[in-house]
Design a protein around this ligand. Structure first.
Ligand code: HEM
Length: 484
């Protein structure tokens, strides 16, 4: 029987809300401001005080914005302003030649060769998670969002800086980051409505201070490595920072300066763990609600791995896990709204004329549940991804699309599949007591009050051991995955 996971019921068209009511609902979660009509049609014009926002919802028009005409729809400065205290001039928010140079120089750090190299560092983080869960009592109730945030922050620190979250500095970064993200949501909303940020003085102060603290902590770790590299000491590191130290712009041969490195590392920390933590938490919640699917994942993993350690070459072979993860990214895309774009010059899009500077919004949440695109859009059905999906290019955009597609998509897939395989082989998850989690929008799609799951340890005898697939199968599977 198909399962429909929780999502905020769309607002009723007949009871129109005032702007103030929507602003307040949006402050809690913009998911609560959506109407049933938001999930249909091609493009909506939303009139706000002093600004018209264009919400683009259909794949052909999304493709125009993100792929075909991305040059005239650059990223809107709103994110730049609100993330600057933390990210400085990072690839996430820059545009034009500055972004092009950064992307050229960062790309090699996320290619297949590097992903293979950081696999062992990633597995270190995943093993530490298993140790933490093993230490809990059998059948213990665990807040899985906290665990997934811990493991993904740990993995990002290990893969970027060869540090683990157990270190004092890393813990400080982690806590400061949580505070920064909590405050950033209001700052983004206020900037969008052109309200001065100091109107919320306490939030403003904390947001500024935590951004600065995280940068200082990161700069401490990066500086030592940067200076050693300048002195010609190559070091033994196999992490992403090493790639960023070595990378050169193929066009002019320039390297990243120290402040540029801090910007990029801060951004990778932000973009690289919060999103994965959200997706993994929802994946585990969904399989806890679907015991049959969970059993199949367990069988698949045991069949492929038996009792041995997962290796890099195993990742593309977890077909069912990949389908579950893809479907989770459809149902609960961590990035519910892409960074706003803006029309550079007057632009025509579909039947609409967009005046110069108009903000343009694209929401994976809405496209992934669009009533005219997906069959049973609110149902969780991993099988819809079996054999690939037959959808237009921009109907499924958890990682964005076009030149600015997520640089870490393959990293995220590798990490998620490693963690989900390791967990489903060893444990069984049941929903915890109390009501289902309520999806809410922060910087990513999270649950309002955490996600409690009961975690049972599987006896060794329950682990099925089967012959692994042939190398040809492995290659065929890898070829199917668009993000691997
Ligand atoms: C499930 C996990 C992830 C999801 C769902 C995700 C999603 C996205 C999305 C939707 C974008 C495009 C934003 C836009 O067009 O406005 C993006 C960009 C980006 N992501 Fe991810 N991401 C994930 C994991 C990661 C990881 C692990 C890293 C790095 C370690 C990363 C680094 C980046 C960077 C650097 C960009 C900006 C690329 C550019 O503008 O050129 N992401 N991500």
């Amino acid at each position: 029987m198909a399962y429909t996971p929780p999502y905020p019921k769309p607002l009723d068209r007949s009871s129109k809300r005032s702007l103030w009511n929507l602003f307040n609902r949006g402050r809690r979660s913009w998911l609560e401001t959506l109407y049933e009509g938001s999930y249909t049609g091609k493009i909506s014009r939303i009139r706000l005080p002093g600004v018209q926002l264009f919400l683009v919802k259909f794949p052909d028009l999304i493709k125009e914005v993100l792929v075909d005409r991305y040059g005239v729809f650059p990223k809107h400065e709103i994110m730049d302003v609100t993330l600057k205290p933390l990210l400085g001039e990072s690839i996430f928010t820059t545009n034009g030649p500055v972004w092009e140079r950064q992307r050229r120089m960062l790309d090699p750090a996320f290619g297949q060769a590097k992903l293979k190299e950081v696999f062992t560092l990633m597995r270190g983080g995943s093993d530490a998670l298993l140790e933490r869960l093993d230490a809990a009592a059998d059948g213990a109730i665990v807040d899985i969002e906290i665990e997934m945030t811990h493991v993904t922050a740990d993995i990002i620190l290990r893969t970027i800086l060869s540090e683990s979250l157990e270190s004092e500095g890393a813990r400080k970064i982690f806590h400061a980051f949580n505070l920064f993200q909590e405050k950033a949501v209001l700052m983004i909303q206020m900037s969008f409505l052109h309200l001065p940020l100091w109107l919320a003085p306490r939030t403003y102060r904390i947001w500024k201070r935590t951004g600065r603290e995280i940068r200082e902590l990161l700069a401490g770790s990066i500086r030592d490595r940067y200076e050693a590299y300048q002195r010609g000491e190559q070091g033994e590191h196999k992490d992403i920072l090493q790639s960023l130290l070595e990378t050169r712009d193929p066009e002019d041969g320039s390297a990243f300066t120290l402040p540029e490195l801090v910007d990029q590392v801060a951004m990778l920390f932000l973009a690289g763990h919060e999103t994965s933590a959200s997706a993994l938490s929802w994946s585990l919640f969904l399989i806890s609600k679907c015991p049959e699917i969970q059993e199949k994942l367990h069988q698949e993993t045991c069949g492929l791995l038996g009792d041995r350690e997962p290796e890099f070459k195993d990742i593309p072979r977890h077909r069912l896990i990949r389908n579950v993860f893809r479907e989770t990214l459809r149902i609960y895309p961590p990035v519910g709204f892409l960074t706003f774009r803006k029309a550079a010059g007057n632009q025509r899009l579909g039947k609409h004329d967009l005046p110069d500077g108009s903000p343009v919004a694209i929401s994976p949440w809405l496209v992934h549940r669009h009533r005219e695109l997906w069959e049973r859009p609110d149902e969780f059905d991993p099988d819809r991804f079996e054999g690939g999906i037959e959808q237009p290019q921009c109907a499924y955009i958890p990682f964005g699309q076009g030149p600015r597609i997520c640089i870490g998509a393959a990293f995220a897939m590798q990490e998620a599949m490693l963690i989900l395989a390791s967990l489903t082989r060893r444990y069984r998850f049941e929903p915890g007591p109390g009501p289902d989690p309520e999806p809410t929008s922060r910087l990513t799609i999270r649950s309002l009050d955490g996600i409690s799951l009961r975690v049972w340890k599987r006896p060794k005898g329950e682990r099925v051991v089967a012959a692994p697939d042939s190398p040809e199968d492995t290659q065929a599977e890898a070829a199917k995955c668009p993000f691997h």
